[in-house]
Design a protein around this ligand. Sequence first.
Ligand SMILES: [Zn+2]
Length: 123
Amino acid sequence: MNPKKRQHFKKLLLAELRRHAQHIDDEQARALDITNDDVKDSDQALHDMIQGLALKLSDNESKMVADIDQALMRMEEGSYGKCVRCGREIDERRLEALPTARYDAACQAEVEAAKGQRAGPSL
Ligand SMILES: [Zn+2]
């Protein structure tokens, strides 16, 4: 994935993050606006902010925020946009729809099929 594409998806992730931040804290949402204007490849402060944000959100939302955080970390490592299961590039249309996607479509289907076969809680 070229740097321009990566920045595009980072902006999508940050926009998503800001949407969650607005639910609890205008101050943090504004702080994210600043971050969004100055997109860096590595940002520990952003990571810390996300961790703080996740603590304040409901379970469901904090999971989504954690997914965004993980996607941003994969971006820093340079593995963003690759399936964590098979290593193939994830289709960009899929990333547009779901910027936090960890799997390509084929692996997602397999992971979900495996979940469906297992009875009881997934953890
Ligand atoms: Zn895969």
